[in-house]
Design a protein around this ligand. Structure first.
Ligand code: HEM
Length: 160
């Protein structure tokens, strides 16, 4: 396929972002697992704030606070990057149309997952909510990998 220099650079940048997201969401799942395993799920009793503050300075010595806070913070970064991915996919909708559909489904998943994450706290770690949060997390990672597979295949096959 004949592509302009501008398109090639956009595709490469999308490819790089997709790799970063795949690694980043994997790390997010590990952070969630760590939060759960050290019993830090209720280290912040509210959501989206923590102890009613954006950053509760008096908690800096508490490892449970850090686990929960870093998990939330990293989830926020991943959410912003997924929105960015969507805008990038729109710029390439004429070259690889499927990317736009996949990135829209990622936005939906990340919104649902944030709501579910908030519910794990407000519902005091209700087993069904925690299970739903785990399930949606795995699904989000799967779609992030699917997105990577599509762009990776395109870059390898059609950009030679
Ligand atoms: C895309 C975003 C997110 C992903 C992929 C994700 C993923 C996960 C995963 C895989 C776990 C471990 C679950 C388990 O072992 O059963 C977890 C735990 C947890 N997540 Fe998230 N999470 C996300 C966003 C959030 C947000 C925004 C919050 C906000 C409060 C949150 C709160 C929690 C809490 C409190 C736990 C610990 C649950 C427990 O102790 O049982 N998560 N997360």
């Amino acid at each position: 396929m004949e592509l302009s220099e501008e398109s090639v650079s956009k595709l490469k940048s999308y490819h790089n972002l997709s790799i970063f997201l795949a690694i980043g969401v994997y790390i997010l799942i590990l952070l969630g697992g760590y939060t759960k395993s050290i019993d830090a799920g209720l280290a912040c009793l509210d959501w989206p704030l923590c102890d009613g503050q954006i950053f509760p300075v008096d908690r800096v010595g508490d490892i449970k606070f850090w686990a929960e806070y870093i998990h939330r913070f990293w989830a926020g970064i991943m959410g912003i990057l997924i929105v960015y991915l969507f805008f990038k996919s729109r710029q390439m909708s004429s070259i690889v149309p499927r990317l736009q559909q996949v990135s829209i489904s990622l936005i939906v998943l990340v919104i649902l997952q944030s709501i579910m994450g908030g519910l794990t706290v407000t519902q005091k770690l209700h087993p069904l909510v925690v299970t739903g949060h785990l399930g949606l997390g795995v699904l989000t990672f799967t779609v992030v990998l699917y997105n990577f597979t599509i762009i990776n295949e395109f870059v390898r096959r059609d950009m030679k």
